[in-house]
Design a protein around this ligand. Structure first.
Ligand code: EPU
Length: 310
């Protein structure tokens, strides 16, 4: 080890550190967009101890860090992220069912809970069928459709925040909104309890199939995307606004506004984050001009100066 190794470097090379460390890791390998420059360190922590040790060191040393799920709602800059990207591994990926509730690790996929509920003749998660993200990501952004959100299922959430420690919050004590939650930016979601209710499996299956068919028909699910780019403004559908402005199919480099749904920008191969940003800026300017609406990003920006806007 170098004599002047920083506390962060010392932690990451320590044999006892329960995680996988990838220096200068291209984030294009960890986002559904397949876009993004290198993270200084990409670290998959496998236990609560490794997570708390890592984010504590980052906080004390002033190293920028960000927690990600499966990178399904993220656009990482071409220049990457000059800090630590934390992903949740082994101990955060389990789900179990007990006393009418799912106890799900933040790194587990939301779709695994949807499928498990169906197998157990339980309902309440059909709206999330086919959603690509993790439980942690889904909670932070209160994932859902227009009228059904994951927050309505949340009984408790366990989080960790450097300087504050572990916290167990009741779902009712969290302020949830349309694609928002009141978790602090440096608060990492570790696990949660989700309530399920008994339901007729045929009804559950029909709802899941209808939701999936609707999404397959109207969204470019087989192409690399970050899901919806913008939030729907109050009382309007941003996809429809973009469609009506004739912007579907507009391309910039390897990125293109999906001909299927106006609120999706797809990576048609080799798109850069700059290509996507150029299209986003174009859409925002056109919608502002035509409707006086300042669109807010639903996608989370990582490695850009301005960060994510509400
Ligand atoms: N529409 C158009 N043209 C388009 C796209 C949509 O005319 O290019 C019309 C549709 O025909 C429909 C209306 O706009 O009448 C609304 O579209 P859609 O049903 O696709 O719903 P959305 O509001 O665009 C929201 C969520 C999606 C979620 C769907 C279905 C947001 C920003 N989007 O989409 O969430 O899958 O409802 O529940 O809240 C995501 O968050 O990443 C996401 C995909």
């Amino acid at each position: 080890m170098a004599r002047h190794a920083s506390p962060l470097q010392s932690l990451l090379v320590d044999d006892r550190f329960d995680g996988d460390v990838y220096p200068n890791e291209p984030m294009s390998r960890h986002t559904t967009y397949r876009i993004g420059g290198p993270a200084r360190f990409f670290v998959r922590v496998n236990s609560v101890g490794a997570l708390t040790g890592l984010v504590d060191v980052c906080a004390t040393e002033g190293v920028p860090w960000v927690a990600v799920g499966r990178g399904s709602n993220v656009l990482v800059a071409d220049g990457g992220f000059a800090g630590v990207v934390v992903a949740l591994g082994r101990d955060f990926r389990t789900t179990r069912f007990e006393d009418g509730r799912f106890l799900a690790g933040a790194g587990a996929s939301l779709s695994s809970v949807v499928q498990d509920a169906f197998r157990r003749n339980l309902g309440g998660f059909e709206f999330a069928v086919g959603t690509p993200g993790t439980i942690g990501g889904a909670l932070r952004m209160n994932a859902g459709s227009r009228d059904e959100w994951i927050s309505s299922r949340v009984v408790t959430v366990t989080t960790y925040r450097p300087g504050r420690g572990l916290m167990r919050l009741r779902g009712d004590d969290i302020a949830w909104g349309y694609r928002t939650s009141s978790f602090a930016p440096d608060e990492v979601i570790l696990e949660c309890e989700l309530a399920a209710e008994e339901a007729d499996p045929f009804v559950v299956r029909d709802k899941m199939e209808a939701n999936l068919a609707r999404r397959q028909q109207s969204q470019p699910l087989s192409e690399p995307t970050c899901g919806s780019v913008f939030k729907n403004p109050e009382g309007a559908s941003v996809g429809r606004l973009i469609d009506e402005l004739g912007l579907k199919g507009t391309a910039c480099g390897g990125a293109c506004i999906s001909p299927l749904h106006g609120n999706f920008i797809v990576n048609r191969g080799g798109a850069t984050a700059a290509d996507v940003r150029a299209l986003m800026d174009h859409v925002r300017a056109r919608v502002q001009e035509a409707h006086g609406i300042d669109l807010a990003y639903e996608v989370r920006l990582v490695g850009f100066d301005e960060g994510a806007r509400g």
